[in-house]
Design a protein around this ligand. Structure first.
Ligand code: ADP
Ligand code: MG
Length: 246
């Protein structure tokens, strides 16, 4: 198997004065190319911390994280920044779009930062935004978009530079049901078509339908990894039932 990402016994402890929180507790796993993974678990179980560790935004207290065979933990800060920019695409809940750039320019910025900007990639940026339903908003600023619109721009920005690993924290949080399905479906097909690896954190169990594997976290630990299609579909069904009852 082609391991794109591998963690070895990673832990992350937050220290605030006298109090400490073990947000990620001794987790080991690996992902291969072309996989789309959903990371689920209750609020506070460590999902965002896990994603930030995999993105190289946080350093684990213990353990190692290999991406394409490179150990993130042993890179210097500047090496890690460069590595992250080239190899990793991510969208976190605060989407960090640049307010004075249009939707299209926000996506193009990622290409410029990676010295990949040319007429062909610029056309891809446009196509990707259109595929995400933003045809009418290409030249709008983030403040002129809904929360869901901003989230979709952030997803385009996370994918445009052909990263090895794409990480998304609650990418559907601000979307209505129809749009959420649409966005996750596009997200998962892009991962599959382009043979990348995608990890999506979601509290919406319905969205696991598009995942190849589901990782369930609790109290910082990975309590289950589900790969059976039947079990994944059953989880999605539970998600739909929960949603109907709300
Ligand atoms: P999730 O995304 O699953 O809700 P988080 O990774 O945000 O979980 O948080 C995991 C645990 O770590 C929680 O107990 C949370 O309160 C704590 N935590 C998260 N970020 C910090 C931080 N910067 N400082 C201290 N504790 C934190
Ligand atoms: Mg979170």
């Amino acid at each position: 198997m082609d391991k794109v990402l591998e963690t070895i016994a990673i832990s992350k402890i937050y220290k605030n004065g006298a109090s400490t929180v073990k947000a990620v507790d001794n987790s080991s796993f690996w992902f291969s190319k072309g996989e789309f993974i959903a990371l689920v678990g209750p609020s506070g179980s460590g999902k965002t911390t896990m994603l930030a560790l995999l993105a190289g935004l946080l350093r684990p207290t213990e353990g190692n994280i290999f991406i394409d065979g490179i150990d993130l933990v042993n890179l210097s800060d500047s090496e890690r920044t460069l590595f992250r920019r080239q190899k990793i695409g991510f969208t976190f809940q605060a989407n960090n779009l640049v307010p004075y750039l249009t939707a299209l320019e926000n996506v193009e910025l990622m290409l410029r930062l990676n010295l990949q900007f040319n007429p062909q990639t610029a056309a891809h940026a446009k196509d990707l935004l259109i595929r995400l339903g933003l045809e009418e908003h290409l030249y709008h600023f983030p403040s002129q978009l809904s929360g869901g619109g901003q989230q979709r721009v952030a997803i385009a920005r996370a994918l445009i530079h052909n990263p090895t690993l794409v990480l998304a924290d609650e990418p559907t949080a601000a979307l209505d049901t129809e749009r959420a399905y649409q966005v996750v479906e596009i997200f998962s097909s892009l991962i599959h078509e382009q043979n990348r690896t995608g990890i999506m954190v979601t509290h919406d169990l319905r969205m696991v339908e598009f995942a190849d594997r589901v990782i369930n976290m609790r109290d910082g630990k990975i309590v289950r990894i589900i790969s059976s299609r039947d079990e994944i579909n059953q989880l999605a069904r539970i998600g739909r039932q929960e949603n109907e009852n709300n």
